[in-house]
Design a protein around this ligand. Structure first.
Ligand SMILES: [Zn+2]
Length: 212
């Protein structure tokens, strides 16, 4: 049952009970798992729901953003003033695999341990599935035990945005791509050295490029 959630599972009702812990790696669970009840995976997951939209208070957006660019070797190319990537919903649907569209554009999630990058150890750069912006370096990836690709810091503070997400009766800090606003996952305080943070990301929102 370790598979990406399909459209059917997206419409499940919210769980009847949800005791949201205030801390802990299990908060990495990002929703959509109520439909998996009964599966073995539930033993290590907290049920949540997909139907509640994440908070999205969108202020007027500057048409350009400052992004730090990185080479294929992961070397900084400096800050560039780049146009924000804005596309219609239809354009995103056409561009992305369905699972990526649901996560990145609709703030969805994927089942723990199901994602392609959850336990990946290859050397390289994780980029935004939507716009290609460099997001994480594999050198900061660690095994959090959560079942989602986990990093202790983004490749650049310029390239991600943190926003408060009150969905599912929890207060969490959501992480999105600075350039295209793709939902990427959440950040928690119980990570690893040296930052102590856990950037708990979703595989289908990322695109891994091996280091050259
Ligand atoms: Zn992006």
């Amino acid at each position: 049952m370790h598979s990406h959630l399909d459209e059917t599972t997206m419409a499940v009702e919210a769980p009847k009970k949800f005791n949201a812990p205030q801390t802990g790696r299990r908060l990495c669970l990002m929703g959509g798992l109520a439909a998996l009840a009964g599966a073995a995976v539930v033993a290590r997951l907290i049920p949540s729901a997909q139907s509640a939209p994440a908070q999205s208070s969108q202020p007027a957006q500057d048409p350009t953003v400052d992004i730090e660019e990185f080479s294929a070797a992961g070397k900084s190319q400096g800050i560039v003033h780049a146009p924000r990537v804005v596309k219609s919903d239809a354009e995103w649907r056409a561009q992305l695999p369905a699972s990526s569209y649901r996560v990145a554009r609709q703030e969805g999630t994927e089942a723990a341990f199901s994602g392609e990058y959850a336990e990946a150890r290859a050397d390289g750069i994780y980029r935004c599935i939507c716009c290609g912006t460099a997001l994480f370096d594999s050198k900061t990836k660690f095994d959090s035990g959560t079942g989602w690709p986990s990093f202790w810091q983004p490749i650049s503070p310029h390239n991600v945005v943190k926003s408060t997400d009150f969905s599912y009766g929890m207060r969490r800090e959501a992480i999105s791509c600075r350039r295209c606003d793709a939902h990427l996952g959440h950040v928690f305080a119980d990570g690893q050295k040296p930052t102590g943070l856990l950037y708990c990301m979703i595989s289908v929102a990322l695109h891994f490029v091996p280091r050259e």
